[in-house]
Design a protein around this ligand. Structure first.
Ligand SMILES: Nc1ncnc2c1ncn2[C@@H]1O[C@H](COP(=O)(O)OP(=O)(O)OP(=O)(O)O)[C@@H](O)[C@H]1O
Ligand SMILES: [Mg+2]
Length: 151
């Protein structure tokens, strides 16, 4: 893993988990993390590390909640894992659930946050993952940005 001023380069899924772990360790109850990046960029892989950093014991439990509304893990605080990939817009029960998570006493992680941009609280952490180049299929570029008070 290479940590530069405003980006991290990882060279394996394990390194991406490690990067997530480091962020996870510094999170507090009420924090919201939005994870962007194309299919297979490594959002769920990063979330596995974040969950571990938050004290979630079983990594196997951590998977994309693509076909259900939410996955909830037990760590130092509750960890709410949302994935909005399949939603054209975040409305109705999905919106209510998200609001509950954001206001709750846990950490909320959202994959495909762009589906419901307007719902995201101003105070949030954004993580962007991308492939670096076709010639380096296991390399990822990760940028993390803090918005709002905690910045
Ligand atoms: N450096 C890396 N970081 C993260 N994942 C990597 C890396 N190199 C290879 N991979 C592989 O890429 C895949 C990333 O899948 P993952 O489910 O984390 O992506 P995702 O962004 O959550 O996708 P989706 O949008 O479908 O939810 C995994 O199979 C992982 O093993
Ligand atoms: Mg995913």
């Amino acid at each position: 893993m290479t940590i530069l001023k405003n980006k991290i380069i990882t060279r394996s899924a394990a390194e991406t988990k490690k990067a997530g772990f480091i962020l996870g360790k510094s999170l507090r109850a009420g924090d919201i993390v939005a994870l962007s990046g194309e299919l297979g960029a490594g959002k769920t892989t990063f979330v596995k590390g974040v969950a571990k950093g938050l004290g979630v014991r079983s990594e196997k439990e951590v998977a994309s909640p693509t076909f259900v509304l939410i996955h909830e893990y037990k760590g130092k605080f509750p960890v709410y894992h949302l994935d909005w990939y399949r939603l054209p817009a975040v409305e109705g029960p999905d919106e209510l659930l998200a609001q509950e998570c954001f206001e709750g006493a846990g950490v909320t992680l959202v994959e495909w946050p762009e589906r419901g941009k307007d719902l995201l609280p101003k105070k949030r952490i954004e993580v962007y993952l991308s492939h670096r180049a076709a010639s380096t299929p296991t390399h990822r570029l990760i940028r993390i940005q803090f918005y709002g008070k905690k910045a």
